[in-house]
Design a binder for this molecule. Structure first.
Ligand code: AMP
Length: 569
């Protein structure tokens, strides 16, 4: 076993890993694989590191240091209790805690480490990191770049020539690097980033938004109070994390503030779309950095082989979307982004000691999982769209939740069809199961019902699908055994044949739909609004019947449509 430990000394969280029997693994502390990079001084003079320090931050932010990495190498200090500390000294307390965690696991003294730093760290920032190690009693065997560590963690075959983009969005810093693997050497070709951009900023943005809502409700100025501010920041972070796999989340803070001696509570629901609007300008900066890196290295997007996501904030769904929109590559999140860098540091440590290393084993979903939806575009129903809730290669267990609404006003039931696969047309994937949700009640102004669909996928490949009516809270669910194996081509073909046999609409119905669509397209010819809506509803009903494989209903609706068109034309 290698006894040089690998350390990710992060802005928000830090972690320690080791290679054991060829396998890189995190060394957990209690239930968690990472600890908050927070240091505090308790009133009794005791040093607090990690979660206890983070808990103290709410009560006593002035005696607690967060995000110290932002100041590494600067002429800067923090006062904690009666002690004045440099950033290297604060970092040393975090490193010392990680050293203790490792020693407890290994049952022996640990004295050497590989520590990671962002690729853009200057010499003085790297030196401050070495100093921190020395103060903590660790000989720093090597300082390596975080993107290099990530590439190592992903077990990339170093001998293969590849261009990898590592997008690392953590708590306090953003860093994008273009890494070239060539002849066993990992080289950072270009890197760009922002030392003051990350999850903390998203929390801040959201906390300010919440403070404004609170002030509106109570005619207060809550932001001026440092304890209330710390609580709002923490609440914002919790909501942000929840919104990574669900469309809405609640903030509930009791006794948040006091006004004229009266305690004030706060409850507010935040939607993912609001959060995305708040952080979009910040994420756009990361897109600009990607473009900068490509330009600096004189590389076009098409030349990139893989995109690796690192850092806790890269779990935000909008990040994945941004990469796809910008580079047209599905980014990889196979390894827990919070752990990738520490695991890579452990791999580097093992390499230094000449230890053999196996690939990191992660359980991932081999296929995307989603549901069939229909869309209304310019008055035409486009059925059989595939909306992915859990993208393939997601680490399991995983949960995801999305919001949907009914297609037309007054619709009271929907059929949830669960598919597994990668095709954009839902029915070309493998149908895993279907169930009906009934008695829906309208919530939107146009009279549509809103339904949240939640997927919970566990380690055994069991998928629990829950649909919930937002108006009534009523739920319907089903449990499905999803495949953890990759389907082979014949499986996929068979699955497609099974389903497409049920699919096509009769030619007569197709012709009627074409006629109806032509009429709708020329709607300016003076068609009555009521007629227009009736026609639209009929088309939606047919689409729905098609999605539900309801052949009898399709026949019935086709006849109604025929009569209706006859009248109209
Ligand atoms: P890191 O510095 O890489 O440990 O990243 C920590 C940051 O990631 C913090 O700002 C966390 O709030 C954020 N984070 C962790 N998990 C999630 C998640 N599921 N969704 C969004 N942000 C997250």
């Amino acid at each position: 076993m290698s006894n040089i430990i690998g350390i990710d000394l992060g802005t928000t969280n830090s972690g320690v890993a080791i290679v054991n029997n060829g396998r890189p693994q995190m060394l957990p502390y209690g239930e968690k694989n990472i600890i908050p990079s927070v240091v505090g001084r308790a009133p009794n003079g005791k040093w607090l590191v990690g979660t206890p320090a983070w808990n103290q931050y709410i009560l006593d932010p002035d005696n607690t240091a967060v995000s110290i990495k932002r100041h590494m190498g600067e002429d800067y200090h923090v006062d904690l209790g009666d002690k004045r500390l440099t950033p290297a000294q604060v970092s040393a307390l975090i490193l010392r805690q990680l050293k203790i965690i490792a020693e407890r696991h290994l049952g022996e003294t640990v004295s050497e480490a590989v520590i990671t730093v962002p690729a853009y760290f200057s010499d003085s920032q790297r030196q401050a990191t070495r100093d921190a190690g020395r103060i903590a009693g660790l000989k720093v065997q090597r300082i390596i770049n975080e993107p290099t560590a990530a590439a190592l963690a992903y077990g990339l075959n170093l001998e293969e020539d590849k261009l990898i983009l590592v997008y690392d969005l953590g708590g306090g810093t953003f860093d994008v690097s273009l890494v070239e693997l060539m002849g066993g050497i990992v080289e950072v070709l270009a890197s760009h980033g922002d030392t003051h951009l990350g999850g903390d900023d998203f929390d801040y943005q959201l906390a300010r938004y919440l403070a404004d809502r609170f002030d509106e409700e109570n005619d207060t100025d809550i932001w001026g109070d440092s304890r209330a501010q710390a609580r709002l920041l923490r609440a914002a972070e919790q909501v942000k994390i929840k919104l990574s796999n669900r469309p809405f989340a609640w903030v509930k803070e009791e006794y948040l503030f006091e006004k004229d001696g009266i305690p004030l509570h706060f409850e507010h629901e935040v939607s993912r779309s609001l959060f995305e609007t708040e952080i979009k300008p910040l994420l756009e900066k990361t897109a600009a950095s990607i473009e900068q890196v490509l330009q600096d290295a004189d590389i076009s997007a098409e030349e990139i082989d893989r995109v690796l996501l690192v850092g806790g904030s890269s779990r935000i769904p909008l990040v994945r979307q941004l990469i796809i929109d910008l580079l047209d590559i599905e980014p990889e999140i196979g390894i827990n982004p919070d752990e990738a860098v520490a695991l890579g540091a452990a791999v580097q440590a093992a390499i230094i000691q000449g230890e053999p290393i196996d690939a990191i084993l992660v359980d991932v979903t081999p296929h995307s999982l989603g549901i069939a939806t229909a869309e209304l575009r310019l008055g035409t129903v486009i059925p059989d769209q595939y909306k992915v809730l859990i993208p393939r290669n997601s680490t399991i267990p995983i949960s995801a939740e999305e919001l949907f609404h009914t297609l037309y006003p007054g619709q009271t039931k929907i059929e949830i069809q669960v598919y597994q696969g990668e095709k954009e047309i839902a029915s070309q994937n493998r149908l895993l199961g279907e169930f009906l949700v009934e008695n829906l009640e309208a919530t939107t102004d146009e009279g549509r019902a809103q339904i949240t669909v939640r997927f919970d996928f566990d380690m055994d490949g069991i998928l629990q699908v829950t649909a919930r009516d937002r108006a009534t809270g009523q739920e319907a669910d089903m449990t499905i055994e999803a495949s953890l194996k990759r389907l082979d081509e014949t499986d996929i073909e068979n699955a497609q044949n099974d389903i497409s046999a049920l699919r096509p609409l009769p030619d007569t119905t197709k012709a009627l739909i074409a006629r109806a669509n032509a009429l709708l397209a020329n709607e300016t010819d003076g068609m009555d609004k009521v007629m227009y809506e009736k026609l639209e509803t009929l088309l939606s009903d047919i689409a729905l019947a098609q999605v539900n494989h309801d052949v009898l209903r399709i026949d019935e609706l086709s006849e109604t449509l025929l009569d209706f068109l006859f009248d109209l034309e």
